[in-house]
Every structure is written in structure tokens, then in C-alpha cells.
Design a protein around this ligand. Structure first.
Ligand code: GRF
Length: 201
């Protein structure tokens, strides 16, 4: 399947997908392109290094619909089938989501539905949570609300802060995101009544 990655910054999850792909762990997945909405996104360097075509569409001062239409044009002209959000810090329009219904996935650094939004680590620390983790989910019209595909937890220690918690969660993100992408591109995920069923071999 033809896959596009959307990112806004560091791109370490994009890197984990590139690595998995180069190691032959994503046999049904072709990373065709990267789209970033910020020209300073480090994800661009990763794309260059791995010869992945990239597009910079500056989102600043642009209406959501206009920005999303520009993305859709690129995705459609490249026959993209699956969209992977990897630290993409923008909410997608209804139109974009309906064009790629059940074909967009996101990774979030908490055990959803706990701590959605842009400050998941800080919110987990402030709530004095004992466990947190990460979630890969399908994207629907809400913020971090779509059907959950895979989750993994970590213990939050008494002396953890936002930074140490994110350092604990990130390696797990890098482990589960390629796994989910493999399942999705191998047609092993189904959504039944809002619940994701994973087909096992
Ligand atoms: C990750 O923590 C991811 O869960 C969240 O944004 C962060 C992106 O990091 N959605 P990176 O750009 O992939 O390094």
C-alpha cells in the first residue's frame, strides 16, 4: 500500500517507520512521501537521508480547508492509500477525514481516552497518574478520539516529570507504530461497531 507520513517536527516516529521498512518489517507498505507544515521540521532531514520525496506546505496564516485541500491534491496525485500522522500538530478538516475514512492513523503519548490533546505528558504528571503509555488509533473528527488500535503502558515513577515521562514513552511509540502500520497495510485491521479487531495469523 502507498503510504504518506505527515509530520510537524522532530520526526522520530517517522524515523522508526523508515527503519522498520528498511529492515523488511513492512512488506506491504511503501513510504511514498512526507508532508510537513513547517519548513524547519527535522523530519525533512530524515526524508532527505532516506530518499523519500517531501513537500513543505506552510500552514501559518492558512485556513484549515485550504491547507487540507493542498495536502489532498498531493496525496491523490500520488495515489496515497494510507495517511500516517507522526507528530503532526494540526487538526484535520472533515473533508480530509472523509476522503481518507478509516485510512488515517495517529500516535498519541498517553493511554487514551486519558489525557488527549497537546500536553499529554504534562497532564499525566499533573494528574499524578501511576501509569501512562501510548496509543495508536484511527483518526476521526474529534481530537484523539478515534477507534483504538494498540496501546502499551509504562509506570510513572514518583520522581518522573514531563521530560522523563516522554523519554520513557517514546521508545514504546517507536516499537508499536510500525507494528500497527504493518497490520493496517496487510489488511489485518477491521473496525466493527467502533472497536478495532486485529486479525491474527
Ligand atoms: C510523539 O510523542 C507522538 O506521540 C506525538 O507527538 C510526538 C512526535 O514526536 N503525537 P516525533 O516528531 O515523532 O519525534
Amino acid at each position: 500500500m502507498r503510504v504518506a507520513v505527515l509530520a510537524s517536527g522532530r520526526g522520530s516516529n517517522f524515523q522508526s517507520i523508515l527503519n522498520a521498512s528498511e529492515r523488511g518489517k513492512l512488506p506491504n507498505c511503501k513510504i511514498k512521501l512526507l508532508i510537513v507544515n513547517k519548513k524547519e521540521a527535522y523530519a525533512i532531514e530524515r526524508a532527505k537521508k532516506h530518499n523519500v520525496p517531501y513537500y513543505i506546505i506552510e500552514s501559518k496564516n492558512k485556513k484549515r480547508e485550504e491547507f487540507d485541500l493542498e495536502m489532498l491534491e498531493i496525496l491523490k496525485s500520488n495515489k496515497i492509500e494510507i495517511v500516517v500522522l507522526a507528530g503532526f500538530m494540526r487538526i484535520l478538516s472533515k473533508q480530509f477525514i472523509s476522503e481518507y475514512k478509516d485510512k488515517i492513523i495517529n500516535i498519541h503519548p498517553s493511554l487514551l481516552p486519558k489525557f488527549p490533546g497537546a500536553h499529554a505528558h504534562r497532564d499525566a504528571i499533573e494528574a499524578k497518574a501511576k501509569i501512562s503509555g501510548c496509543t495508536v488509533h484511527f483518526v476521526d473528527e474529534g481530537v484523539d478520539t478515534g477507534p483504538i488500535i494498540m496501546q502499551e503502558s509504562v509506570a510513572v515513577d514518583i520522581d518522573d516529570d514531563e521530560h522523563t515521562l516522554s523519554e520513557k514513552i517514546l521508545p514504546i511509540e517507536h516499537k508499536i507504530y510500525p507494528k500497527v502500520l504493518d497490520l493496517l497495510t496487510s489488511n489485518k485491521l477491521k473496525i466493527i461497531n467502533g472497536k478495532v479487531i486485529t486479525e491474527t495469523d
